[in-house]
Ligand binder design. Sequence first.
Ligand SMILES: NC(=O)c1ccc[n+]([C@@H]2O[C@H](COP(=O)([O-])OP(=O)(O)OC[C@H]3O[C@@H](n4cnc5c(N)ncnc54)[C@H](O)[C@@H]3O)[C@@H](O)[C@H]2O)c1
Length: 344
Amino acid sequence: MPDGLLPSRAIGWGIAGYGWVARDYAAPAILAAGHAVRTVCDPVPAARDAARRAHAGAAVQDDLAPLLADPAVDAVYVATPNHLHRAAVEACAAAGKAVLCEKPMAATLEDAEAMAAAVARAGILYGTAFDQRHHPAHAAMRDAIAAGLIGTPTVIRIAYACWLGPDWSVTGEGDNWRADPRRAGGGALMDLAPHGLDLCAFLLGEPVEEIAALTQRRVQPYAVDDGAALIGRTAGGALVQLHVAYNCPDALPRRRLEVLGSAGQLVAENTMGQEPGGLVTHTDASGASRPLPVADMASSPFARQMAAFARALSTGDRETFSAARDLHTMRLLHAAYAGDPACR
Ligand SMILES: NC(=O)c1ccc[n+]([C@@H]2O[C@H](COP(=O)([O-])OP(=O)(O)OC[C@H]3O[C@@H](n4cnc5c(N)ncnc54)[C@H](O)[C@@H]3O)[C@@H](O)[C@H]2O)c1
């Protein structure tokens, strides 16, 4: 049985922030993993109504305190706008609840440092919700790279882009906090590059250590970057190259992940994102191409993530999810912005 499908103890979840990602991906994934949604907290009445419709029997409130006091809640999934991650995670840590917090870890490096410190003080399990680590295609690529299928990996190239106009909203509730520097902490770079940087570390088994970036505000009429190009290097010398954007029409090809090595190449198309599926092609050094076999390609990265978190909670594993690793990614994002003359 592939790792991602191993059974996990049926834990009880609290959800802080029942907007787009919680409603459409994380809450269904909790149920698909065989777990339960016990308590939901959101200040917006329409979000609470949606939670009541989807989770009969769950306590639904506008305040975090009852969720923290609920003994049936083993872990809390935090999916508020970025600037509110810190307060929620600190409160969960103080209450001794395990936390799976959406990416980016926080809107600022200062917040992320405070969160990592709170988590360490409390000794709780903390993970940033990098669901793309749990996509079956990415797990198969990691295993193939580790087994030497493409020789020495030399470079990862990622294109991960979408269209995010000034009034963008999936749920139709609230304004577009992603276009607000204070609440989002940045634009396309802050929102989309964390996935790519974390995925590079996952695929290669070593973190990106050095980073540089140039951002643009070219198409969208808001105050955060609508595109960015990043280059980086891992401790072992592999290069990474990312293009992230909010200014790319969704109908264009815009989700591509390539890993080039000294003896071959892996190309994943349409695997990055919230959904299962996509295609991975292996090309060997002679130029012959074939699909990379991927076990359980149709299973949801979010459901596998929830199952993995429950297993880590049961076993005491502190490597599959790691606040220290996620804080390192926040340092990279901070350095990427700080090094761009356009952002000084
Ligand atoms: N992993 C992914 O692929 C992915 C996809 C989308 C969003 N995200 C991340 O998830 C988070 C939420 O994004 P979204 O698109 O769902 O946003 P959203 O605006 O749709 O939802 C956020 C929800 O948080 C609620 N909220 C606001 N203040 C709150 C508080 N103090 N306590 C509890 N709830 C509060 C809002 O009312 C809203 O319902 C962000 O950090 C985002 O970066 C991750």
